[in-house]
Design a protein. Structure first.
Length: 336
């Protein structure tokens, strides 16, 4: 595969998802960039805007195996990872591990903040290591493995906020937002009789997704752009408006996501514009505002914008790229 083929396949998947999720092209594009970067996505928004539908449309379009978990307060860790059960064979009793729903390519975790912290932590190893350890035995998850989780930030009754350590496992935290009038008209018409997501099919398969992830990882980052990313992350640690700054894991996330975004544009080189477009989706949920910044009415997005504006982006030659850079890169919308 080359960057041109990558871009065509990426756009094909995006068009398929956009046939269900109307008027949210930027959010769909970012979610697919996360998948190509082998990362997980947390969709946080009010109920009814299409969080679960977007996750389902992505799973169907990628032609991967998929399972859905509807989180509740009484859910146990074994309900996600699986557990050992007693089976009788040849007159002998033995424990046999029965895989849980996490053993799939695309895992949709609906309302993740309704499960208890103990159950939420059952996902940590799966998301970070792509493994599940049970009874001292480590079981590898299928490749690719992508966790798409949703949560409602408005309703607090019966919910358990995700700890910072688990939020850090998500490559992106995205917000879909309300559709405009015409997009909502299409949503209402398309879902009047049956759900639109049930009428779409796969446009690729798991092997092709793995190929896309491999190519995205091979996209080059010039030393000047590496320095640009590092200066941005370092700058968050010197800003008094942030109580918790970006960690080295955030740096790695920016590297991986920027490569995938460049590949989605048909390029083999990362530009500073890629990095700037991904700052909020990658860093917003990995940083915390100080009490003083909260009193001033600042948002994390405001702080990150001030941070990046203080750092001069490098000039990167386009000669190494297989496609020209966009003359006016679109700014991706995401949760602050």
């Amino acid at each position: 595969m080359n960057p041109s083929v990558f871009k065509k396949r990426f756009e094909k998947i995006a068009d398929n998802v956009n046939s269900v999720i109307h008027g949210k092209e930027d959010v769909v594009r970012l979610a697919l960039v996360a998948a190509c970067a082998n990362g997980h996505v947390l969709f946080e928004d009010v109920p009814g805007v299409g969080k679960s539908m977007l996750a389902r449309a992505m799973a169907v379009s990628m032609g991967c195996t998929t399972n859905r978990i509807q989180c509740t307060p009484d859910m146990l860790p074994g309900d996600i990872t699986g557990s050992s059960v007693i089976e009788q064979s040849a007159g002998r009793m033995k424990f046999v591990f029965k895989p849980g729903p996490v053993f799939t390519n695309v895992l949709l975790v609906d309302e993740i903040n309704r499960s208890t912290p103990k159950t939420q932590s059952a996902l940590l190893e799966a998301m970070a290591e792509r493994n599940v350890t049970a009874e001292g035995v480590t079981h590898a998850l299928p490749a690719p493995f992508l966790c798409l989780a949703t949560q409602n930030p408005i309703e607090n009754a019966g919910t358990f906020p995700l700890p910072e350590a688990q939020l850090d496992r998500f490559l992106f935290k995205l917000s879909i937002g309300y559709p405009d009038l015409e997009a909502e008209r299409l949503v209402a018409r398309g879902n009047a009789l049956t759900l639109e997501v049930e009428n779409i099919g796969a446009v690729c398969n798991a092997a092709e997704i793995i190929d896309m992830q491999r190519l995205a990882s091979e996209v080059t980052i010039a030393t000047a752009v590496e320095t640009y990313i590092l200066e941005i992350v370092q700058s968050t640690r010197q800003d008094n408006a942030l109580l918790m700054a970006a960690s080295p894991r955030a740096t790695i996330a920016l590297f991986k996501a920027s490569k995938a975004l460049a590949a989605a544009d048909g390029r083999s080189t990362v530009y500073p514009e890629d990095v700037k477009a991904l700052l909020t989706p990658v860093l917003a949920h990995r940083t915390l505002l100080s009490p003083e910044a909260l009193l001033r009415g600042d948002s994390v997005a405001d702080v990150l914008e001030r941070t990046v504006n203080r750092i001069k982006p490098p000039m990167v030659s386009q000669s190494a790229s297989t496609a020209p850079a966009p003359s006016q890169p679109r700014r991706r919308r995401a949760a602050s």
